[in-house]
Design a binder for this molecule. Structure first.
Ligand code: HEC
Length: 258
């Protein structure tokens, strides 16, 4: 993150803080999306392999131009997503030569920072740090804002450097904000989105598209999740059975003492 952007973020953070602290005088205005009603659970399911396959396709086509997933190997995808290596090579591998390579990108972080102001983060672990619900809502909350260099802003990540890369699919939406007064301080509160231009996908289909993509990001953030859960059930089962035998053994040992 360049120091310029850091300073800008710091400044807007301070302004928001000042807005909360101020009590009288000309009331400052701060935007907030906390109460926004559009926020929903991703409801994705990492056990749904068909959804993971669609998500992987979405990721390589729409995200990997800017974002790497450098902890993920293509041949591991093949194994976990029930695909042959040929299928992975033909459908997912556009930026690598061998299936043993990781999902890296050619863009250098220094260039990325020059172009976007902030280098697009590696997405391998993002679903773990921010949660699938956050990413789901992030990708659904871009709205038109002519004041931004990308022409869009975002409710979840205000003043984000990421362009609305899925605008062709979702279409463009405007954000409706209303002023609300709390203790003499005026806040700009997000109310709802209104359609500016329709996209190629209907709203429900767009949500599905985003859910599959988030599902894939959730899976790569913790490929062991599925195995860990089934292993957990086995371990609990073992402990239960073992507990019965331990109890019987205790009865046997103590029967002469009593
Ligand atoms: C044109 C380049 C570009 C493409 C394509 C792109 N992104 Fe981004 N993305 C960025 C940049 C730049 C940032 C850093 C934004 C910031 O911190 O303000 C970012 C940040 C993010 C973040 C982090 C948000 C946060 O809160 O820190 C997520 C999640 C994300 N992108 C997901 C995606 C997904 C999923 C796709 C594919 C559907 C995608 N991006 C496609 C440029 C891109």
């Amino acid at each position: 993150m360049s120091s310029h952007i850091l300073r800008q973020r710091l400044r807007s953070g301070l302004i928001a803080l000042a807005g909360v602290l101020a009590v009288a005088g000309s009331p400052p205005v701060s935007a907030s999306g906390a109460e926004a009603g559009f926020q929903q659970y991703a409801n994705n399911d990492v056990a749904n392999v068909a959804s993971l396959q669609r998500g992987a396709r979405n990721f390589v086509n729409y995200c990997q131009g800017c974002h790497s997933a450098k902890y993920v190997r293509y041949n591991q995808l093949a194994r976990d997503l029930g695909m042959t290596e040929e299928q992975v090579i033909g459908n997912l591998m556009f930026s690598a030569a061998r299936p043993t390579e990781t999902m890296d990108i050619a863009m250098r972080p220094a260039d990325a920072e020059r172009w976007f102001g902030i280098a697009p983060p590696d997405l391998s672990l993002l679903a773990r740090s921010k949660g699938p619900d956050y990413i789901y809502n992030f990708l659904r909350s871009f709205y038109v804002d002519p004041a931004r260099p990308t022409g869009v802003n975002n409710i979840m990540l205000p003043n984000t450097a990421m362009p609305h890369v899925l605008w062709e699919l979702q279409g463009m939406q405007a954000g409706k904000f209303e002023e609300e007064k709390h203790d003499g301080v005026t806040h700009l509160v997000f109310r709802e989105f209104t359609e500016v231009s329709p996209g190629k996908l209907k709203p429900e289909a767009y949500d599905e598209f985003v859910r599959d993509t988030v599902n894939f990001l959730d899976y790569i953030a913790e490929p062991m999740k599925l195995k860990r859960q089934s292993l957990g059930i086995l371990v609990i089962g073992f402990l239960l059975v073992f507990g019965v035998f331990a109890y019987l053994l205790k009865q046997e040992i103590w029967k002469d003492v009593r």
